[in-house]
Design a protein around this ligand. Structure first.
Ligand SMILES: [Zn+2]
Length: 279
């Protein structure tokens, strides 16, 4: 049974396990304090700036990646591979990686620190299976997302793994929903937990995951560009400099042709037509 809304009643399979980062809470807090002191400057009695500076946009951090791999090529549908298989495999992998990335900061994402699921100035609400809007804290929201996605990707009727078993008609729209929610989680990590991510020195992982994910959803038009506008400033910086990140060197990006146009949906995808327009 595939409902229109992600199911709420799922158990909490993944997030309930606290991550073993090898760092004690105290160590991380100390490191966070250090980053905070470094980034904020002296409080000199002036009013705070109208919009808080986005630490994740600082060039010294946006440069950080764990690989210079050309993700644009990696996300493309390989010949001989079925589109749905490709979407299923990638979506499942992104779910695991984003879940893992969130788990590294989950102890700092509490009902107190994040009373709403906020990304910059936008607040997200969860909708239960009957479509009822639910106001919830960020950790609750993420838990809803991860539980329902876990349920879907392990449902043999939705993400079939057995030979000869067909994907349901609703498969693509479900993948779109999953990607939309996973994007919210990534965006929340950036907007509310970048300092902790930095303290854990995991910003290179986060940036790399973000680039890979954004290029994937663009390639197959999986998320409405309006939905991702909120992070356009970051996307612009990360996804247009992917591959050659230094301002003076550069030379490794020849021949790619990606001249930095970040307009969504402009990339021609190999086989992704007939996208259902949502909302
Ligand atoms: Zn949070």
């Amino acid at each position: 049974m595939v409902g229109d809304h992600c199911n709420l009643s799922g158990e909490r399979p993944v997030l309930s396990q606290t991550p073993k980062t090898g760092l004690s809470c105290k160590m991380v807090l100390q490191a966070v304090g250090k980053v905070l002191r470094k980034s904020k400057g002296k409080p000199n009695g002036k009013k705070p700036a109208p919009e808080e500076k986005k630490l994740y946009l600082e060039p010294e951090y946006t440069k950080s990646r764990i690989t210079d791999f050309e993700f644009k090529e990696l996300v493309m549908l390989p010949r001989e591979i079925d589109l749905n298989e490709w979407l299923a495999s990638n979506t499942t992998t992104f779910f695991h990686h984003i879940n893992l990335q969130y788990s590294t900061i989950s102890e700092f994402c509490t009902g107190e620190s994040c009373q709403t699921m906020a990304v910059c100035n936008t607040q997200y609400y969860w909708y239960d299976e009957r479509g009822k809007k639910i106001k919830c804290t960020a950790p609750q929201y993420v838990d809803f997302v991860m539980s329902s996605v876990q349920k879907l990707v392990t449902d043999e009727d939705v993400f079939p793994t057995k030979y000869g078993k067909e994907f349901p008609n609703s498969f693509e729209s479900l993948v779109k929903k999953i990607c939309k929610y996973l994007f919210h989680v990534l965006a929340h990590i950036y907007s509310s937990h970048f300092k902790e991510t930095l303290a854990l020195e995991l910003h290179g992982h986060l940036n790399t995951l973000y680039i890979h994910f954004i290029l994937f959803i663009r390639e197959f038009n999986l998320v409405d560009p309006k939905e991702t506008t909120i992070m356009d400033d970051l996307t612009e910086v990360l996804c247009t400099t992917s591959g050659s990140v230094s301002s003076n060197g550069g030379g490794n990006g020849g021949g790619g042709g990606g001249n930095g146009s970040s307009s969504s949906g402009s990339s021609s995808s190999a086989g992704a037509q007939n996208h259902v327009k949502e909302r």
